[in-house]
Write a protein that binds this ligand. Structure first.
Ligand code: SF4
Length: 255
């Protein structure tokens, strides 16, 4: 079995491929909880207030799992996403996201779904926190995937030991078809010098591109943070990436 939270056709809102038509498939579950991001949700289970990241509905199975779809067969999931791209002039990027999709990377349904997608000609990207080590020799299809590594910083509220796995990062950098980093920053982290020191520690020895994005759950918060992030990127030699899906749609899901 594998849990799919949502799947939808849109444009990539952040990172290297911002604006590119993309089909998102969001898998349920995560190995982190990132309460530091402070996004609040009301539980559909018991109306309690829950705090976490903006994808908490894809992380917390206990409270949100009743709306997740369970698949016991990769072909069924593939048929579903094929229906979503029916009629498009060319295939969009296929963006596998979560939660943390790599918690499923050994699951045969997940792996078969990847195979069907690659065979069909999708350019596949994995949006990951890069804290889970992938055995690229045992699972060689992951070599054909692009990895957007959103390694969590201290503003996630998670411990360094949980959020940074240098072995996993190095393996992805060495084996994936393509890989880059993306970090969500706030002005506070930049002023304190924490953003630079933490990013430099994470990217050390990888030579991959870095994209920095403003923290915020709506366009006002993005606007408040973005100018500091842009100055920081110019000084540090990183790339600025906006988060246009948040500017356009805020916290609305499935767009
Ligand atoms: S790793 Fe990503 S999906 Fe998981 S809790 Fe943290 S921000 Fe949310």
């Amino acid at each position: 079995m594998i849990s799919v939270v949502e799947s939808f056709l849109s444009i990539q809102g952040e990172g290297r491929y911002v604006g590119t038509p993309s089909l998102f498939v969001r898998f349920g579950g995560c190995n982190l909880s990132c309460k530091g991001f402070g996004c609040e949700f009301i539980s559909p289970l018991d109306n309690s207030t829950l705090v976490g990241c903006d994808s908490l509905y894809a992380v917390d199975k206990k409270h949100f799992g009743s709306s997740w779809e369970e698949y016991d067969d990769a072909q069924k999931l593939f048929e579903h996403i094929s229906f979503l791209v029916y009629g498009t002039a060319s295939l969009p990027h296929l963006v596998i996201t979560g939660g943390e999709p790599l918690i499923h990377h050994k699951n045969p349904i997940f792996y078969d779904f990847l195979k069907l997608s690659l065979d069909k000609g999708f350019k596949v990207f994995m949006e990951t926190n890069a804290s889970i080590d992938v055995d690229f020799e045992k699972f060689p299809l992951y070599k054909e995937v692009g990895f957007a590594m959103s390694v969590k910083l201290s503003n996630s509220g998670e411990s360094y030991e949980k959020r940074v796995n240098k072995t996993a990062i190095t393996n992805i950098a060495a084996h994936a078809r393509e890989a880059f980093f993306k970090f969500v920053l706030d002005a506070e982290m930049i002023k304190s010098g924490e953003a630079k020191s933490q990013i430099d520690d994470i990217i050390k020895n990888t030579h991959l591109s870095v994209f920095c994005m403003p923290l915020g759950k709506n366009s006002e918060e993005i606007e408040k943070n973005c100018y500091d992030i842009i100055s920081f990127c110019i000084k540090s030699g990183y790339n600025y990436a906006d988060r246009i899906h948040i500017r356009l749609w805020g916290e609305k899901r499935g767009v």
